[in-house]
Design a protein around this ligand. Sequence first.
Ligand SMILES: C[S@@+](CC[C@H](N)C(=O)[O-])C[C@H]1O[C@@H](n2cnc3c(N)ncnc32)[C@H](O)[C@@H]1O
Ligand code: SF4
Ligand code: SF4
Length: 327
Amino acid sequence: MTRLAAPEPKLAASDFKLESIDLYITSRCNRRCSYCFLPDTYFDRIQHMTPATVAAIVGWASGAATEITVLGGEPALHPSFASIVCDTAAALLRVRTVTNGSRQFRAALPAVRHALSRVAVSLDAPSADVVDRLRGRGAFADAVATVDELRAAAVPFDLNCTVLADTVDTVPDMLAYAEASGAGRLNMHWFSPVGRGALHAADQSVPAADWRRKVLDVVAAYRPSRQSFTVDCQVAFDFPVPGADRGVCAVRDGTNLQFLPSGAVFACGMLLEDEALAAYRWQDGTLVRRAGDTELARTTSPCEGCPLRPSDGGHRPICIYNRLATV
Ligand SMILES: C[S@@+](CC[C@H](N)C(=O)[O-])C[C@H]1O[C@@H](n2cnc3c(N)ncnc32)[C@H](O)[C@@H]1O
Ligand code: SF4
Ligand code: SF4
């Protein structure tokens, strides 16, 4: 007699500890940044999340998450970007988006400016040469033009800066630039060498000792002259600084979900290059847990620090969601 496989358990948003969820609404992008954590296979298979799927996920998350982050790819390249943002805001959730500052984002801005609670514009260094080398020609000008339009439209915005070996010496200038730009916050990411980054920028990870000296110490010593400006920086390694907690893991803790256009749902971005490793799947209007060798199996307790990243010079890696925040 053939045995039927047991049905996969359906999960409610209340089974997690979510404040915010990430919706990768499209795999289309106008850029191919050398260090992007998404793999080429993600971009090769052009996929958009349908507005109906977005609405279903938003309905599922309402009551648990209070914020939806809309990204991609480049989110404004989704043909329904404006209506997705406006409909999600109408569902009483805060809507944040992350953009490379594309022309298409600026074109959509008049339609979405009242619906967006915040915008993060990615800008990795205060220099056109450096940014265009990492992200392609015109990337710096795009980001700056978008920042100018957001400021003029009084839309709150932040800057996202991925710090690479080639840019780590520009961190002091980047802090000053971000504060002067009118941004509310500078988000500083340690470069994760996965996806395109593993192929095209493998030598660009900032070593632990440099991360401490050239990033964490500089951020900790920075005193903004504007009170409304803060810096939010990944701790990255097990240093004794405020914000470091080696017990944190978003996969084990259930604090983060990233919904991809294919239906794969990850709890952490570190394994995004292989969708077979996603812990969950959005299927038939609900979230189900996947069996097998997923990110959940790879992060089971007891385990301190990040199990997916190697130690560096005796420094143990900790979860990328640990942040050193200035006040
Ligand atoms: C994948 S992008 C999607 C949104 C949009 N295309 C953009 O670039 O802003 C989301 C954020 O991840 C950052 N990012 C990309 N690759 C990264 C990596 N390897 N490590 C850390 N952050 C990365 C980007 O700079 C951006 O701020
Ligand atoms: S970082 Fe953003 S802009 Fe660059 S390739 Fe990745 S998704 Fe596209
Ligand atoms: S970065 Fe490491 S510790 Fe953090 S959620 Fe991912 S696997 Fe867990």
